[in-house]
Write a protein that binds this ligand. Structure first.
Ligand SMILES: C[S@@+](CC[C@H](N)C(=O)[O-])C[C@H]1O[C@@H](n2cnc3c(N)ncnc32)[C@H](O)[C@@H]1O
Length: 416
C-alpha cells in the first residue's frame, strides 16, 4: 500500500512492509464499486444490501439488526474521510462539503474509512492511526461479544464513536464506557455521540489500563489490535465475562479476533479465534519497523535452496497465513518486496532473504538465528496439520504469559 503507508512500516529505507494495516479489513472484502450504488438518501442507515449480506453470512446477529438500522455510520464520520479502496495503492480524501453524495456512498460501503493520520500530526497522507472499521467486522465483533441489555461494556478505541453508539443503542448509554488515547478524537466522538442522543462515559486514556472506576464490566471489546492482552482487562472483567479483541504477533500485521472468557477466579482467560482481520495497533504495541540497512550489512551468512513454494509461505493477503506462522516464529517480522521475502529478527540482527528460484527458493540467512528455517518449519507443521484455519486455534492468557492451542486448550502448540 502505499503512499499512505503502513501503521507499522517505516517510511524510510527499503524494503518496508507493504501490506495494508487496514483496520479492520475482513478476510474477504465484499465491497462493490461505489459508483454503481443508488443515489443517497436523506437519512442514511446500514443499507438493505449490506444488512442482508451481514445476516446471511452470519456476521451480524439478528439481535443487532435493529440497532444497526437505528445508528448510521455516516453520522459519526468527519467531513473529510479516506475510504480504503483495497487496491493497495490509493486512499484519496473525500470531502463531504465538496461532494456530499460521493461522501455518503463511501460512508455506506462495507469498507474501513480512515479518519486520522500520524496520530493527528498531519492531515495525510501518512500512517493511518484512526478509522471507522469495516461494518461487517464491527457486526461480527459485536456478535462475538454477545452483549445483552443489563450488561456493562468497556470499549477500548473510541475512534469515531460509531461502535460506542451501537452499544449505547442496544444496552443504554449508562452501560457503556469507551476509552480513547487521542484527546482530539475522544472530543469529536463525544460530540457526535451527544448529537445522536447518547451520553456514555468517554474517557481519554490508555485503554490497555482499562478504566478502573467503571469495573467490573460484563464485556470488554478492543477495536485496536493488541500483541499482548493486558492483565488489567482480566482484572476488570467479571468472572465468566467476555473479552473480544484483535490479536496477533509482530511477524505480520494480520490479526485474528479472539474471544476470551474470563475464568471464575480471574486468573486466566481463554477462547478461540473467530476469524482473521487486520487492525491498526494500540499505540504502545506498534512495531518499530526494522531499518533494513542496519541488518543487511557485510555479514557472513549461508546460502541454501529450499523446495518450498514462496507464494504459499507468504500469502500476502488476508487469508491469515501470516498471522498463523507468526504464532510459531517469535520475535521476527517480515515483508515481501520485489519478489523477495525478507525476515528480520527483533531481538537480534538476524535476517534472511528468500527469492523464488526454479521450483523452489534460494535462501540467504545471516546472524545467530536461522529465520528462514524457523519460518519453513512453522509452515511445514501447519501444512502437515492440514492447513487449519485460524478459527481452529485459541489463546489462553495468564499473568505468566500466553499459550496458543489447536482445537482445545489441552493441545498447546506454542507457549510464550
Ligand atoms: C480502528 S479505530 C477504532 C474504531 C472505533 N471503535 C469506531 O467505532 O470508530 C482504533 C482507535 O484506537 C485508538 N487507540 C490506539 N491505541 C489506544 C490505546 N492504547 N487506548 C485507547 N485507544 C487507543 C486509536 O486512536 C483509534 O482511534
Amino acid at each position: 500500500m502505499a503512499a499512505t503507508g503502513h501503521a507499522e512500516g517505516s517510511r524510510h529505507g527499503t524494503p518496508r512492509r507493504t501490506s495494508a494495516a487496514r483496520a479492520e479489513a475482513p478476510a474477504a472484502s465484499s465491497a462493490a464499486e461505489p459508483g454503481r450504488r443508488r443515489p443517497s438518501r436523506a437519512a442514511p442507515e446500514v443499507t438493505p444490501e449490506l444488512e442482508q449480506l451481514l445476516l446471511e453470512s452470519g456476521r451480524m446477529s439478528p439481535a443487532w439488526r435493529g440497532t444497526f438500522r437505528a445508528v448510521p455510520r455516516a453520522a459519526f464520520l468527519p467531513d473529510i474521510i479516506w475510504p480504503f479502496t483495497g487496491d493497495g495503492e490509493t486512499s484519496a480524501p473525500v470531502d463531504r462539503r465538496a461532494t456530499p453524495e460521493t461522501w455518503l456512498r463511501w460512508a455506506e460501503e462495507n469498507l474501513p474509512i480512515t479518519v486520522q493520520h500520524d496520530d493527528g500530526a498531519s492531515t495525510g497522507p501518512g500512517v493511518y492511526t484512526s478509522s471507522s472499521s469495516t461494518p461487517s467486522i464491527v457486526a461480527s465483533m459485536l456478535r462475538d461479544l454477545d452483549a445483552r441489555p443489563g450488561m456493562s461494556v468497556l470499549e477500548v478505541g473510541t475512534g469515531t464513536g460509531w461502535n460506542a453508539a451501537l452499544l449505547c443503542e442496544r444496552l443504554g448509554a449508562q452501560a457503556v464506557t469507551t476509552v480513547e488515547i487521542d484527546p482530539a478524537l475522544a472530543d469529536r466522538a463525544r460530540g457526535r455521540l451527544s448529537e445522536a442522543g447518547y451520553r456514555p462515559a468517554v474517557v481519554v486514556g490508555d485503554g490497555l489500563d482499562g478504566h478502573g472506576p467503571g469495573a467490573l464490566y460484563d464485556r470488554i471489546i478492543a477495536t485496536a489490535g493488541v500483541r499482548t492482552v493486558p492483565m488489567a482487562w482480566l482484572a476488570q472483567c467479571r468472572p465468566g465475562g467476555v473479552i473480544v479483541a484483535p490479536w496477533g504477533t509482530h511477524y505480520s500485521p494480520q490479526d485474528a479476533i479472539v474471544r476470551l472468557v474470563v475464568a471464575a477466579d480471574g486468573s486466566c482467560a481463554a477462547g478461540r479465534f473467530t476469524g482473521p482481520a487486520e487492525f491498526m495497533k494500540v499505540r504502545s504495541q506498534r512495531l518499530a519497523w526494522p531499518v533494513h540497512e542496519e541488518y543487511v550489512l557485510d555479514r557472513p551468512g549461508t546460502v541454501s535452496h529450499s523446495e518450498a513454494d514462496l507464494g504459499d509461505v507468504f500469502d500476502g493477503g488476508y487469508g491469515g497465513t501470516g498471522m498463523l506462522l507468526g504464532l510459531f516464529v517469535d520475535d521476527c517480522t517480515h515483508t515481501v518486496h520485489d519478489g523477495t521475502a525478507w525476515l528480520y529478527g527483533l531481538g537480534d540482527r538476524s535476517w534472511a532473504a528468500a527469492t523464488a528460484e526454479g521450483a523452489g527458493v534460494r535462501v540467504h540467512q545471516s546472524g545467530p538465528r536461522r529465520l528462514w528455517d524457523e519460518v519453513e518449519a512453522a509452515y511445514r507443521w501447519w501444512r502437515d496439520q492440514g492447513r487449519p484455519d485460524v478459527e481452529r486455534f485459541g489463546l489462553t492468557v495468564t499473568a505468566a504469559g500466553r499459550e496458543v492451542w489447536l482445537d482445545g486448550p489441552g493441545a498447546v502448540v506454542n507457549v510464550r
